[in-house]
Design a protein around this ligand. Structure first.
Ligand code: ZN
Length: 433
């Protein structure tokens, strides 16, 4: 399959997968995470679902009790219902304890969460590590609740169980690993972070289809954010420290407004360079320092862990107005948004698989004309630009600059650099060191 056809096929699949996964009520533990991981397992059979029992110590944290929920609502004495879980699973405070009680509006008030600044949006609120119960409503919905008696009903369970995460390994010839980590713990929110889940899954499919015998080993993890990353790290840290060449945390990669790079703690690891290159030539690229971190790069880059990992978003979490509200829905993400994220990552994979150390095989400039690599007649500007790009790339093929360096130095999109390298290799112009 040609690469462009493969990318189109995967983009269609990402969109339908995100639609299928959207209704599931996920949290950091429970049936929703397992359903999500099983769905991903159907897409890539290599995915293994791991479990860690409640009460297990992972670094400084303890795996909490497992949370599951069947139903929740608030019912006024008139029979009017509010905050119905069956209509939107954001209506229940995620990880709420069970409750079935009668109380008046004033007593109910402290258990209701709204966003007064965005009065028509339902907020996404969690309480994983301290027991409470509550409901999330838009401010307008809350304002419409009459005085009187109410029933607060949450049919949830908090019991010893397990935390689950998915691990999908595509073995390569080398033990050197590329890590892709994303989180699967948010309920019905599309960009944050079903986008990360479906893009990671599509990237795994891309690698398997395009590189049946890859050089690098690719390791994909789908974890509940924070606690899942910590659990995964606590099991695998020695191995990861030895073998990870570069890693990327995917978060909010489904809208089409910008590209964001959340740098590693020191901002100078191979993953930082690779992602910087992958975003060369794209529109509205923003770099954020580690001080603006928010996802699992917090764990992968923590002192002592120090893996070469950075974060990748389209519009970064906390920076877009729909973040953690019911407006982060299927209307916010798009096929182009998801595809943009996927192609940034496939260009990184293509560069790693091409090989990082490349040297031009001749001394002095190669004679491009006799290889049909130079337009001998035309002087169209676009062709001259192409030649300039080709000769610029050649100028840095000294065995010291990898494709990421070359992309950044020459301002050439990483995908084009790799394409050029493939052409030059076909013409015998590249001597791999
Ligand atoms: Zn989030």
């Amino acid at each position: 399959v040609a690469t462009s056809a493969l990318l189109n096929k995967l983009s269609d699949a990402m969109l339908s997968n995100i639609k299928n996964l959207f209704p599931i009520c996920r949290s950091i533990t429970g049936e929703g995470v397992r359903d999500t991981l099983r769905y991903l397992q159907d897409l890539n059979r290599e995915l293994v679902i791991h479990d860690v029992s409640s009460g297990t110590q992972v670094f400084d944290w303890t795996i909490p009790e497992e949370w599951n929920i069947e139903n929740a609502f608030i019912e006024h004495e008139s029979g009017a219902k509010f905050a119905e879980f069956s209509i939107n699973n954001l209506h229940v405070l995620n990880y709420s304890s069970p409750i079935d009680t009668f109380l008046d509006r004033a007593e109910l008030e402290p258990h209701i969460y709204t966003l007064p600044d965005q009065p028509d949006r339902i907020p996404y609120v969690t309480s994983y590590y301290s027991k409470r119960w509550g409901f999330c409503l838009s401010q307008n919905q809350k304002n419409a609740m009459p005085a009187g008696r109410y029933r607060a009903f949450i049919d949830s369970t908090l019991k010893p169980g397990e935390l689950n995460y998915g691990e999908l390994i595509i073995p390569g010839k080398s033990k050197a690993k590329i890590l892709i980590s994303t989180y699967c713990c948010h309920p019905s929110l599309a960009n944050d972070n079903l986008s990360g889940v479906v893009v990671a899954s599509a990237l795994a499919s891309y690698i398997k289809e395009k590189y049946p015998d890859p050089t690098y080993t690719y390791c994909f993890v789908f974890v509940p954010e924070t606690i899942g990353a910590i659990a995964y790290l606590s099991k695998n840290i020695d191995h990861l420290k030895k073998h990870i060449s570069a890693g990327f945390v995917l978060s909010c990669v489904g809208d089409d407004r910008s590209y964001s790079h959340v740098q590693s703690r020191l901002g100078n690891c191979l993953a930082d360079k690779a992602l910087t290159a992958a975003l060369v030539g794209r529109e509205n690229v923003k770099a954020y320092s580690f001080l603006e971190r928010g996802s699992d790069e917090r764990q992968y880059c923590a002192p002592g862990v120090d893996l070469p990992v950075c974060g990748f978003c389209r519009s970064k979490y906390t920076e877009y107005p729909e973040y953690h509200t019911d407006a982060d829905n299927l209307d916010l993400i798009s096929r182009d948004g998801l595809k943009g994220a996927l192609t940034a990552l496939t260009s990184i994979v293509d560069a790693f698989e091409f090989g990082l150390k490349n040297r031009i095989s001749v001394l002095g400039e190669p004679q491009l004309g006799r290889r049909n690599l130079y337009p001998t007649l035309s002087n169209k500007n676009s062709l001259l630009t192409d030649v300039r790009m080709r000769t610029n790339i050649i100028a840095y093929l000294d065995g010291k600059h990898d494709p990421f360096d070359i992309s950044i130095i020459t301002g050439t999109p990483l995908g084009s650099v790799v394409q050029e390298l493939v052409t030059l290799r076909e013409h015998g112009l590249i001597a791999a060191d």
